[in-house]
Design a protein around this ligand. Structure first.
Ligand code: NAP
Length: 414
């Protein structure tokens, strides 16, 4: 019998398979989960009840998730003496779709971050962050309902994802000397970061974002870059993005110029608009004209800032789900951390992992279950039944525990 981390794979489930570039999802898919550290335990307990209830309600026993626990973070370290056992990675690879709670970043020991390691070893090149507002959630802007975007942030390149040399090291010195030999002035006491952006990584990300727009009926895909300053990396990202759109989706995409010159500013039925914005202007646009944007594609560092800025507009990280997705393998997660001071207190807001689960169901084509979850969360929050984090910001809220919040969501389904 197949097993990972000495835990047998449940016999009652089946593997999600990849056939002809598409996922084939059985009615009893085995989905690995990493519970997560700190509040991950509280959150997983609550979230898994919501997932099971949504699937049961949507498919009345015809479909069911067969959950399979895999280990990372403190739980893995305590059990196996390793922060990220190889078997955990292999199980995610084997079963294609997985979900995780937040993980503690080990201090020392050579691991930069478990999340980064997972992304790298599984080549999960797209960090996908949907950002939308749920009625009733306190927001710092007047019209939070106008922002409804899905951000595709490149995960494998750019200065943030990559190569840095500490000031004063021999390596930094060598790079400085090399740059000087090419005629660049670099102060000798500099630290160095290198920002590679490739055709390969740009095109596969933009391809994924355009396909997503087509699959979900979203009609604008915006390339966000700082190409006015970094011409050969960020500027090239924009150019390669347009090139890919033209080469592979020419029949269904329209540029802004074509929109005005050929269609009088009205996007024709069945087409999506592909445009671009300079990153600094985009930060203004998501505040001043949020409803003009829908799918955003961007290199790593811009995406890091923009995802959190957008999340703040609709109520913060407690409600922000995300996923790291490769060609097929996808790992869904909350974007917040382990919030350790609340661990095992049954108080934390589980919404982000619950919404990550809804994303996961959409990814495997279980749209009815996803819709039930999203509607029920919306209804629960609009009834002002919320955990402490939202209760402290809402007037007249009924503050409930993590577990009670999950129960309220389940009661609000359908
Ligand atoms: P954090 O765990 O996200 O917590 C920071 C604060 O954000 C909390 O104290 C709490 O604020 C609020 N918060 C976070 N999640 C919440 C939720 N679900 N419901 C309500 N409030 C929530 O960030 P951190 O303290 O910087 O990081 C702690 C650990 O998590 C570190 O080891 C870090 O490396 C790790 N981390 C992991 C991930 C991941 O696995 N994806 C991501 C980020 C950080 P109040 O105190 O104001 O209530």
């Amino acid at each position: 019998m197949l097993s990972f981390n000495n835990l047998p794979v449940p016999a009652e489930g089946e593997k999600i398979e990849i056939r002809e570039d598409r996922l084939y999802v059985p009615n009893r898919p085995i989905i690995p989960f990493i519970e997560g550290d700190g509040t991950g335990r509280d959150i997983w307990r609550a979230a898994s009840r919501v997932f099971n209830a949504a699937v049961e309600k949507a498919y009345r026993g015809e479909r069911r998730v067969v959950w399979y626990e895999v280990f990372a973070g403190e739980k893995a370290y305590n059990k196996f003496g390793e922060w990220l056992p190889r078997d955990t990675v292999e199980a995610i690879r084997e079963f294609t779709v997985a979900i995780k709670g937040p993980l503690t970043t080990p201090v020392g020991g050579g691991i930069r971050s478990l999340n980064v390691t997972l992304r790298q070893v599984l080549d999960l090149y797209a960090c996908v962050r949907p950002v939308r507002w749920y009625p009733g959630v306190p927001s710092p802007v007047k019209h939070p309902e106008k922002l409804d975007v899905v951000i595709f942030r490149e995960n494998t390149e750019d200065v943030y994802a990559g190569i840095e040399f500490r000031q004063g090291t021999e390596q930094a010195q060598k790079v400085i000397e090399f740059l000087r030999s090419l005629g660049y002035t670099v102060r000798p006491d500099s630290g160095i970061g290198i920002k590679p952006i490739s055709i390969f990584a740009t095109k596969r990300l933009v391809r994924k974002a355009i396909r997503y727009a087509l699959d979900t009926g979203r009609r604008v895909v915006t390339l966000v870059h700082k190409g006015n300053i970094m011409k050969f990396t960020e500027g090239a990202f924009r150019d390669w993005g347009y090139q890919l759109a033209q080469e592979e989706f020419g029949e269904v995409t329209v540029t802004e110029q074509e929109l005005w010159e050929q269609y009088g500013g009205k996007l024709p039925e069945g087409r999506i608009l592909i445009n671009d914005r300079i990153a600094d202007s985009m930060f203004q646009q998501v505040l001043t004209r949020p409803d003009e944007y829908s799918v955003i594609v961007t290199p790593n560092l811009n995406g890091d800032y923009l995802s959190d800025a957008c999340a703040a507009q609709v109520g913060g990280l407690g409600l922000a789900p995300g996923a790291n997705i490769g060609d097929h393998i996808a790992l869904f997660e909350a974007t917040h951390g382990t919030a350790p001071k609340y661990a095992d207190k049954d108080v934390i807001n589980p919404s982000a992992v619950i919404l990550a689960g809804a994303m996961m169901f959409e990814y495997i084509g279980w749209h009815e279950a996803a819709a039930l979850i999203k509607e029920a969360i919306g209804r629960t929050i609009s009834q002002k039944t919320v955990t402490y984090d939202l209760a402290r910001l809402m007037e007249g809220a009924r503050q409930v525990k993590t577990s009670e919040f999950a129960t309220a969501i389940i009661e609000n389904m359908g």
